[in-house]
Ligand binder design. Structure first.
Ligand code: ZN
Ligand code: ZN
Length: 430
């Protein structure tokens, strides 16, 4: 089949049917999840397709690991962070970070190239070529060309040449063990990203209430839209305290093709039930009282309260900028992706993917899930498809991995260089 020809009405009906099927599947999954929780048998753990943890992995409940004790007061932890665990600004671009803002000439070049390409992209999952129609194809309302996308969500092990998802061998030429309704793509080039909305440097923050002696952990969840990969959820926590600073859904510029819920933990229902972000709604949410609860959609699990949603990525970025300064250290795992999604140029970065390098070197990197298990003995929270995964937890895990580095550094400074804490300040005893 080449293209699916149908009227917009047919398309709407098909969407409705697909939603109903998905709803039934979810209800089925809900029943299955509760059975799994009751049983003592360990559930199967799927391999991740990317550095994030799949949202639908069931985990075995266990006692939380003890908190990391560094022996330092919070402000001194920040001092060690600033002096020892920041990636030098000139090295950031080697790691995929965007160091400078693309110019108007760059953007024009990217736009011209896009016009020539007429929407042809390569699928990030199955590598097939397909066409994307941001304004929907006139004849049938389609967002993308081609039929379904068949692919392996698991990583290919480069040694065994076997896919992590289904153990199929790469040499078998199997088309994939999973089928999605559409192909998807990811634009990576800074100039092209800037052609949709441009990067900015973190502006100065006149708010005296934003502490200078704190760092901020942050994590974005992405979905596939007609413009590639876009941010749909932004979470920021204070470091080292772990307090939640911001957790909002974000309405992307383009129509969503695939929420990538398995990894993002964001579902179409979350969008449908969201409350528009306003300072009042945020204030009410802080007190755990939603400003207004929209009518419960049939079939939507009640476990997650509706979230606030920024009306655009720019609004989300403005809210995030209110929490930080240009000097604020941002902590996270492989933050170049998050910063690109937010079109942010920020020089003070502590990236756990770089702090805990893989012995084989780049481009091989540990996933956050592997680092959390190995160094913190923590299974990154993922409570099944209904609960979705908790990006605040991801942000805190990255923060704790940095705190572990701080703890070891302080132990080392005390033992080998006679440093000690005097009146809450680190001093070297000479
Ligand atoms: Zn597979
Ligand atoms: Zn595909």
């Amino acid at each position: 089949m080449e293209f699916k020809r149908m009227t917009v009405n047919q398309w709407v009906k098909e969407r409705k049917d697909a939603k109903e099927t998905a709803r039934r599947a979810r209800l089925g999954a809900a029943a299955a999840t509760s059975t799994t929780a009751a049983s003592t048998k360990a559930p199967t753990v799927a391999k991740p397709a990317n550095s994030k943890t799949p949202a639908n992995v069931a985990t075995i409940p266990k006692a939380p690991p003890p908190p990391i004790v560094t022996g330092l007061p919070p402000d001194q932890e920040v001092v060690l962070l600033q002096t020892h665990f920041i990636t030098p600004a000139d090295k950031l671009s080697n790691h995929g970070y965007v160091p400078t803002i693309p110019t108007d000439a760059d953007i024009k070049k990217a736009r011209d190239a896009e016009e020539v390409s007429k929407g042809w992209e390569q699928c990030e999952r199955c590598t097939r070529r397909f066409q994307v129609f941001p304004g929907r194809r006139e004849k049938d309302g389609a967002l993308t060309s081609g039929d379904t996308c068949q692919y392996h969500p698991g990583r290919l092990n480069h040694v065994t040449q076997v896919f992590g998802c289904c153990s199929a061998s790469a040499s078998d030429g199997s088309p994939g063990c999973e089928t999605a309704s559409s192909h998807v793509f990811k634009a990576n080039d800074a100039k092209r990203l800037a052609s949709l909305w441009n990067f900015v440097k973190t502006p100065a923050n006149p708010d005296p209430n934003v502490p200078v002696d704190r760092a901020v952990c942050f994590d974005c969840e992405m979905a596939y839209t007609v413009y590639g990969v876009e941010v749909v959820r932004l979470t920021a926590t204070s470091w080292p305290s772990g307090d939640l600073l911001l957790d909002i859904l974000v309405r992307p510029h383009g129509t969503v093709i695939d929420f990538n819920s398995r990894f993002s933990g964001v579902f179409p229902e979350d969008f449908a039930m969201s409350i528009p972000y306003t300072p009042e709604a945020a204030e009410a949410a802080k007190k755990n009282k939603p400003a207004a609860v929209p009518e419960k959609e049939e079939g939507k699990p009640a476990s997650r309260p509706p979230m606030l949603m920024a009306s655009s990525p720019k609004e989300a970025r403005d809210l995030f900028h209110k929490l930080i300064r240009p000097e604020t250290v941002l902590i996270g795992h492989a933050l170049e992706n998050d910063l690109k999604a937010m079109r942010m140029v920020h020089a003070r970065i502590s990236d756990t993917a770089l702090l805990y390098p893989h012995p084989k070197g780049l481009p091989i990197r540990y996933s956050l899930r592997v680092l959390a298990k190995e160094h913190l003995d923590r299974v990154v929270q993922a409570g099944g498809p209904l609960a979705g995964h908790d990006s605040a937890e991801d942000a805190r895990v990255a923060g704790d991995l940095v705190r572990l580095k701080i703890k070891n550094k302080w132990d080392d400074l005390r033992r080998r260089q006679n440093w000690k804490l005097v009146d809450g300040v680190m001093v070297r005893d000479v």
